[in-house]
Design a protein around this ligand. Structure first.
Ligand SMILES: Cc1cc2nc3c(=O)[nH]c(=O)nc-3n(C[C@H](O)[C@H](O)[C@H](O)COP(=O)(O)OP(=O)(O)OC[C@H]3O[C@@H](n4cnc5c(N)ncnc54)[C@H](O)[C@@H]3O)c2cc1C
Length: 498
């Protein structure tokens, strides 16, 4: 009897190994990690993750700086209801609410009192939210929509108070930069005002209290909260494996895909899940996929929007700002006059059409639970050039701008150290997060939905599947969206082999 049992166990093990397909996952960001861990926890052990960088996480990049982790990529969990990120960590008391800045400073140092600052921020928030279910504006850009509404609102409200009207007018660029922070575009005339993005209910700005967004990736692999529960995830990942070719064979049903990496190594599998950003696809899909991708997919890749935002975390040994518990940071408005003067006052660094790179700086906020670190936010069409600046020039420029806006109230010092982002420059990302353009909405199914359609073999089985934030129909641009797409593609295989 014992012998029979042993035979049965060995038989089942052999049978189950041969019954699980081989799966290659390209990219170990949230989507890739979600797909891998979902497969692993459903008995699919023949999984390999190929990651081009020397770390996992993708656009989740938590770096220890100052006295805690700073997030160079994703930093907020947006909402709590039906949010995959929140679901993974809700029992562990790690998330904290983030207050957004309400205090606006003007480059001329004219006083914008607390109440007026608050009013302007509220006007902006009442006109724009990334959730763009605005039927009346199909075909319009976010920029057109916001400018029209903003101009009429401030005119109506401040027409009898010319001083306020002038400040409100010059806050249009601040509004533009805030919108770009949400959309990730280079200009607010790129994203569509009507879009499918959907906000989860609940607190939309939750931070990781200095423990970093990486916590959610550790929750996916089950390293968090208890490292001894970790799935065999580390063993499935190969770092520094940049996939340069995906050869997919429609006429085969086994080992139908082969990838070649930049170090000339190659791998074959029954299925491949592709997760790199839409920026990577835009730049290289023609070189990577053999045979080339179908026309609908190529068009979708072209139509989905992608730009970049930039963050610079600044460490100050001596904290010059007020250590109040309710300190939420600063927003900045450049007057046209001061923006023009910048070319002379701080001529170093990139210029575009006469505009200094410093006009892309619009906000400085405290890093969560990190008392000596402030994070500068820059958005706009100069980000690619700003990313190529030398650190020294950037530090001098930031010190200059901080003194310009705040020097009359604070004894500003130079940052003692900075760390900064290169999302656009890095060939493994080429940007920060996707947005929906007017073009992406022109067909019955949107470009995001089209991107998610798998490439099938002659038997109708998926060979190459597409995950990643840009392939989510309504949570694109987010970590919770990326995780759902990883689950989606893993489940496609789990169901196929049930
Ligand atoms: C500055 C910034 C702020 C953000 N803020 C937020 C936020 O507050 N909240 C939020 O929800 N989201 C935010 N996001 C967006 C969020 O980070 C992304 O939506 C999410 O990380 C995307 O995950 P992904 O797995 O789809 O792609 P990625 O994270 O890009 O993962 C793809 C992986 O593929 C790898 N790769 C690329 N090319 C190759 C190749 N040829 N071969 C092998 N591997 C390759 C990459 O190195 C990467 O690791 C932010 C992003 C940025 C950049």
């Amino acid at each position: 009897m014992k012998l029979l049992k042993l035979f049965l166990v060995v038989f089942l093990q052999i049978y189950s190994t041969s019954a699980t397909p081989s799966v290659l996952i390209v990219g170990a960001g949230p989507a890739g990690i979600a797909a891998a861990t979902r497969l692993l926890s459903n008995g699919h052990t023949n999984v390999r993750l190929l990651e081009a960088e020397n770390r996992v996480g993708g656009r989740v990049d938590s770096v220890f700086f100052g006295e805690a982790y700073v997030d160079l990529g994703a930093e907020s969990c947006h909402g709590t209801k039906d949010n995959a990120v929140y679901e993974l960590v809700k029992d562990f008391d790690v998330l904290r609410h983030t207050e957004t800045p309400t205090k606006i400073y003007h480059s001329s140092r004219r006083t914008i009192d607390e109440e007026f600052s608050q009013e302007l921020v509220e006007i902006i928030a009442s006109i724009y939210s990334p959730d763009g279910h605005r039927d009346e504006v199909e075909g319009k850009s976010v920029g057109q929509y916001c400018m029209d509404k903003f101009n009429s609102t401030i005119f109506e409200r401040y027409q009898e108070r010319p001083e306020k009207l002038e400040v409100a007018k010059s806050s249009t660029e601040l509004f533009h930069h805030i919108v770009l922070g949400f959309e990730g575009a280079f200009s607010w005339f790129e994203p569509s005002a009507k879009n499918d993005y959907t906000e989860c209910d609940g607190d939309l700005e939750l931070n990781w209290n200095g423990f970093g967004y990486k916590t959610v990736l550790e929750a996916l692999t089950r390293k968090f909260p208890n490292p001894s529960d970790q799935l065999p995830f580390d063993q499935t990942v190969l770092l520094n494996k940049e996939v340069v070719k995906v050869l997919w064979n429609e006429s085969s049903s086994q080992n139908s895909v082969m990838v070649i990496c930049s170090d000339h190594s190659s791998f074959t599998a029954d299925h491949l899940i592709w997760t790199p950003s839409i920026g990577v696809l835009k730049e290289r899909h023609q070189k990577i996929f053999v045979p080339r991708l179908p026309k609908e997919k190529r068009e979708a890749i072209k139509e989905i929007g992608f730009g970049a935002v930039m963050k610079v975390a600044m460490y100050f040994k001596r904290r010059w700002w007020t250590p109040e518990t309710n300190f939420t940071g600063f927003h900045f408005i450049w007057s046209d006059h001061d923006a023009n003067l910048l070319r002379k006052e701080f001529p170093e660094g990139p210029l575009k059409e006469g505009r200094s790179w410093l006009t892309e700086l619009f906000s400085v906020v405290p890093a969560p639970n990190n008392p000596h670190v402030l994070v500068a936010w820059l958005t706009g069409d100069m980000i690619p050039e700003i990313e190529s600046m030398a650190n020294d020039t950037m530090i001098q420029g930031l010190e200059f701008a901080l003194k310009k806006f705040l020097g009359h109230e604070y004894n500003i010092t130079k940052p003692d150290a900075i760390i900064r982002t290169y999302w656009h420059t890095n060939a493994h990302f080429r940007g920060s997060y996707s947005f929906q353009t007017v073009q992406a909405r022109k067909n019955k199914i949107t470009a995001e939905v089209e991107l998610a359609v798998p490439l099938l073999n002659k038997d109708g089985r998926p060979i190459v599947q597409f995950a990643g934030e840009a392939s989510h129909p309504y949570f694109y641009s987010t970590v919770h969206g990326a995780i759902e797409t990883g689950y989606r593609e893993a489940d496609r295989l789990i169901n196929l082999y049930k």
